[in-house]
Design a protein around this ligand. Structure first.
Ligand SMILES: [Zn+2]
Length: 393
């Protein structure tokens, strides 16, 4: 028998509070408003898997305010994002005219809106809780409003206004999904469309990266095709289209996701489909991950016992996991650097995150603590003329 407990956070799909504990997630989140630990759980009633965090909505709103790495001006748009934008645009072409009123919620750097503007869509708007993101969007000539989708009430001005509402890679982050879908529905016109893209967790068979890339303090809803369908049905939405998407990551890893187009169904009868698959997929991946962490600890034990100085490059989620789950904090860490200007100057534990310029007179060991973009960091190291040792975990 698996252990059933009462959750701190009710199931985001059906609201049930009885869950099965699957495994713990530990990340060092000091200097943030979020706790270092939560359990991944499966809802006893519908099978939805999610983060049973003790953090509140306010903790999350504050976290995204203080640690907003999504805003500002776009850098290079990644190929996978270009593909996603093209796919969304292909759906828009089928659904609406170029002058349809389109709202992108949680637009971050505004890359999708910029792409749609180039494709001659004329009524584009953005909504994001970040002041910085909205002012950057306005500089590009696109209207934006500073507002969280998780707000208790959408102002009257924004109700029944939008022909299309788009959320790309946002749904897995949202704490108060019930409120979010109700707010989305209040903003859509009667026949309006909701377009979502999000990662799914019912198939990790071709996934080789650390699980923390998929399950972390920001990704807290682990939807499958089945649980997303149940969620939408409960809240009176029907799928017009539901396509699987594929993203190729580093090391031949593949993540799957969904691009869904939904409309209001007007139906009240709800048939819930139990998600029977995702919890086993996640549990198996966790067991694999535990073995990997053991191997990483074995590698680090040599650095620890010989007190070898290590400079860490990468102050993101992966480092937060290594810091909590391995002996890395006991090693002789001399500095933490990160290429992101938004992170430089912030604290990671007792370290102030520095610019990679710190590497100039360093010829010891550099631990590359990122899940993706290892090759880009290696290229920058060689551009610095770095002569030391590179450690990858
Ligand atoms: Zn549930």
């Amino acid at each position: 028998m698996q252990k059933r407990v009462v959750a701190s956070r009710n199931c985001p799909v059906c609201g049930c509070e009885v869950v099965e504990e699957l495994f713990p997630v530990n990340l060092d989140l000091s200097n943030t408003t979020l706790p270092d630990h939560y359990n991944v759980v499966a809802c006893d009633y519908c099978g939805m898997c999610y983060a049973d965090t003790t953090a509140s909505l306010q903790d999350y709103e504050q976290y995204y305010c203080e640690c907003n790495y999504y805003g500002g001006h776009p850098g290079n748009v990644k190929q996978e994002e270009q593909n996603r934008f093209a796919e969304i645009e292909a759906h828009l072409q089928k659904l609406v005219k170029k002058d349809a009123v389109i709202l992108d919620i949680g637009f971050g750097k505004g890359e999708l809106l910029t792409y749609l503007k180039q494709k001659n869509y004329t009524n584009l708007r953005g909504m994001d809780p970040s002041v910085q993101s909205v002012s950057a969007l306005r500089e590009k000539g696109i209207n934006g409003v500073v507002l969280s989708l998780q707000t208790t009430e959408i102002p009257l001005d924004y109700q029944r206004k939008y022909d299309v509402i788009i959320l790309t890679e946002v749904w897995e982050h949202l704490y108060a999904l019930k409120r979010c879908i109700q707010n989305v529905k209040s903003m859509l016109t009667e026949s309006g469309y909701l377009i979502l893209t999000l990662p799914t967790f019912d198939d990790l068979s071709d996934y080789h990266l650390p699980l923390v890339n998929m399950i972390n303090h920001e990704h807290i809803n682990f939807f499958s095709k089945c649980s997303l369908g149940s969620f939408m049905t409960i809240y009176g939405m029907k799928a017009v289209e539901l396509c699987r998407t594929v993203i190729e990551e580093d090391h031949g890893s593949i993540t799957y996701g969904i691009l869904g187009v939904f409309q209001q169904s007007g139906l009240k009868d709800v048939v819930l489909e139990m998600d029977e698959i995702t919890k086993d997929v996640l549990r198996n991946y966790y067991l694999k991950e535990k073995c990997e962490l053991n191997k990483k600890n074995q590698i680090l034990s040599r650095y620890f016992s010989q007190n070898i100085p290590i400079l860490i490059w990468g102050a993101g989620t992966y480092l937060r996991q290594l810091w909590h789950e391995t002996i890395l904090p006991q090693c002789n860490i001399v500095a933490v650097v990160d290429g992101s200007e938004q992170k430089q100057g912030q604290l990671f534990g007792k370290f102030t995150i520095e610019s990679p310029e710190r590497l100039h007179n360093f010829d010891g060991t550099v631990l590359i603590a990122v899940i993706r973009y290892t090759e880009e960091i290696k290229a920058r190291l060689s551009a610095f003329g770095f002569q030391g040792h590179i450690l990858e975990l």
